[in-house]
Design a protein around this ligand. Structure first.
Ligand code: C5P
Length: 404
């Protein structure tokens, strides 16, 4: 199931802004999802209403908007894009981008995004030729910003020459080229476990835990966004399934292990599931009821440790095995010991002591434990933890094996 490409369009205050409406229409026709940011100058040229009507999405304008921040947030706006397109980009906007300003929503999002950025300048011919603009364009190019250069012709100002914004069809072509470029985890196979496991007691009862699956699902989605072919093996979770190549729903730890084995070989494995440590030794075939006698006592036995089995697999071990550790007390030391005991490469450890709201919550404060170091990440949303982890995984796979 492929997700539609997510395009964030920034419309600044050039007369060519009217062409951006056509650009939105063409992108939507091709199945893209287009969110837009309209700068103050842009809103002098086109109305938010026309952009919203054509894109079918809310249009974002203010950095300090309480409703926008609570609904979406500028960081999410920056992150939830496969490509950011600035069309038209005025000379002033190019200068502000080149300086790294972040004094409105558009410039802030441009600093915060990790997506490729494509710029379609539009301005008077002299402004385009001015050494200051040349300098800004050169600096932006060296920062990795891509350009769809303006065309030559009659300009709105009455002059002639280069400065006219590229035609929407050409901008669409440039966007398609950017989107077609291989992603960092292209050709990488990933296994992710998520959610709790339910261990049956009798036909209607089970032992479970409070894991929501939010973190594991977010990791599966973040890896898939970077091009990985993801198999997500999940215990019972109310989370909507992310767009992954293979989704396998299981209940018990044994079923999870079997599904993981079936998914191998993979390049990476991220075990984020909260797997029950124990299961009931003799699961009753009949529902036990109050009239059957005194309260039951259950004999438990150990469940397989999926993470340890993947990490210690004699054959077909994923190149990078990442575990999670929900700890209380001395979180980092305990997680370090766990990493060594289970022989996984990395452990993402989080503090689940009383005050934290990790289980079911949206935020997480984690430590990334590698053989070399323990890093403490700031408090982040689970989506942001997933993105950071996916970036780190992509970086690690890009290094030679002995450097990890
Ligand atoms: O030992 P502990 O349960 O704290 O280890 C947590 C890590 O081990 C997580 O990555 C979890 O997914 C994994 N695990 C597992 N199978 C188990 C228990 C834990 O894969 N039976």
């Amino acid at each position: 199931m492929a997700e539609p490409p997510r395009i964030l369009l920034i419309v600044t205050g050039g007369i060519a802004a009217y062409k951006s409406l056509d650009l939105v229409r063409r992108l939507r026709e091709r199945g893209a999802r287009v969110r837009s940011i309209l700068t103050r100058g842009g809103s002098e040229m086109v109305t938010p209403l026309s952009l919203a009507a054509l894109s079918g999405e809310k249009v974002y304008q203010e950095l300090f908007s309480l409703t926008d921040e609570s609904e979406m947030g500028h960081i999410r706006l920056a992150r939830d894009a496969d490509v950011v397109v600035v069309a038209p980009a005025t000379a002033d906007f190019l200068a502000r981008m080149a300086t790294g300003l972040a004094d409105d929503l558009a410039t802030t999002v441009l600093l915060a995004t990790t997506a490729p950025v494509l710029v379609a300048p539009a301005m008077n011919v002299q402004m385009w030729a001015h050494p200051a603009t040349r300098r800004n364009v050169a600096r932006l190019r060296s920062d990795g910003i891509r350009f769809v250069d303006p065309g030559s012709g009659d300009l709105a100002c009455g002059e002639e020459g280069p400065g006219r914004m590229a035609e929407p069809i050409d901008i669409v072509g440039a966007i398609e080229t950017v989107l077609a470029q291989p992603k960092p985890l292209h050709n990488v196979r990933a296994l992710v476990t998520s959610g709790p496991t339910f261990e049956p007691i009798d036909p209607v009862r089970y032992f479970g835990n409070r894991s929501s699956g939010k973190q594991g699902h977010a990791i599966a989605a973040a890896l898939a966004r970077r091009g990985a072919e993801v198999t997500l093996v999940t215990g019972p979770s109310a989370q909507p399934p992310p767009p992954v190549a293979t989704l396998t729903e299981v209940e018990t730890a044994e079923e999870m292990l079997a599904a993981c084995r079936q998914a191998l070989p993979t390049d990476i494995a991220v075990c984020a599931a909260a797997v029950a440590d124990w299961k009931v030794k003799a699961v009753r075939t009949q529902k036990l009821s109050r009239c059957d006698g005194p309260p039951p006592r259950y004999e438990m036995e150990e469940n397989p440790d999926i993470l340890a089995q993947l990490a210690q697999a004699a054959a077909g071990r994923p190149r990078l095995v990442v575990g999670f550790a929900a700890e209380t007390g001395d979180v980092v030391d305990r997680a370090r010991a766990k990493r060594e005991r289970k022989q996984c490469d990395w452990i993402v450890a989080n503090d689940v002591s009383g005050a934290s709201d990790v289980f079911g919550g949206d935020a997480n404060t984690v430590h990334l434990i590698t053989p070399e170091a323990a890093e403490t990440w700031p408090r982040l949303s689970k989506d942001e933890v997933a993105d950071r982890l996916a970036e780190r995984i992509a970086d690690a796979l890009a290094e030679p094996a002995d450097a990890r």
